[in-house]
Ligand binder design. Structure first.
Ligand code: SF4
Length: 234
């Protein structure tokens, strides 16, 4: 076990982008298809993508449950609701005043541009939507790509902290620092997009597998390399 722990950082063999599809196959074999995103409707996915910023998914689930119980998981209701009321409902997700402003900005954008209709939004090209989403208050690249991929079925690969941690440990990105931050989001994304077939289904499940791996084996402290499905790449 000791040698694994040592190798996962400085001594790991650099993972080549060409191996990324095989990595996915290995993860899927271990974890099975993940059937993401956990959400019943595209709008719920959008709200979840905003609420999950800087918090654990279990907290998001509580906030979503509150919204559902009050029949408030609806773009028009959310738009018409007072900020104070919305903040109270999403409180379990943390940073609730900040996230209230973000949700309000998002539902305003959704209404003004697409009459709050998913089908109208889906008709727009991904690049246009991405530009629009990034201009909405509080929506960054990870959130935008999560909305595009999981709510709108657009082929945008999502990069998150798990992705950076895992693949930095495998030296996929040789120029990255210990936190995996020296390559920007776009460069990380390009590593995956240029190595994988362009597929909503694949991007969807690949990101879900990465999250599963990050939660179960490749934790920030004491990664369990000795029993991890990716140990053969070290
Ligand atoms: S992905 Fe698995 S083998 Fe690789 S560093 Fe993380 S825990 Fe270790």
């Amino acid at each position: 076990m000791k040698s694994f722990m040592k190798r996962h950082s400085a001594e790991a063999r650099p993972l080549k982008p060409a191996s990324l599809y095989r990595v996915y196959a290995d993860l899927k074999k271990r974890f099975g298809h993940q059937n993401w995103w956990p959400g019943e409707t595209p709008f719920e996915v959008m709200v979840g993508a905003i609420l999950t910023q800087n918090t654990a998914w279990s907290n998001v689930e509580k906030a979503i449950r509150n919204l559902k119980e009050k029949h408030a998981l609806n773009p028009d209701k959310m738009r018409g609701m007072s900020s104070r009321r919305l903040a109270a409902l999403i409180k379990p997700a943390g940073f609730f005043n900040v996230k209230t402003r973000r949700l309000k900005a998002f539902v305003r954008y959704f209404h003004d541009n697409y009459r709050s209709q998913i089908k109208l939004m889906k008709r727009r090209p991904a690049a246009v939507l991405r530009r629009e989403l990034l201009a909405v208050h509080g929506i960054g690249e990870e959130t935008a790509d999560s909305i595009l991929l999981y709510a709108l079925n657009k082929s945008q690969f999502v990069i998150d902290a798990y992705t950076k941690r895992i693949f930095m440990r495998h030296r996929l990105n040789e120029t990255s620092d210990a936190a995996g931050t020296s390559l920007d989001y776009g460069a990380w994304k390009n590593l995956f997009v240029s190595a994988l077939p362009r597929s909503v289904k694949l991007y969807n499940d690949y990101h879900a597998q990465i999250v599963m791996l990050g939660k179960t084996y490749c934790k920030s402290a004491q990664p369990k390399c000795y029993e991890c499905p990716l140990s053969k790449y070290l």
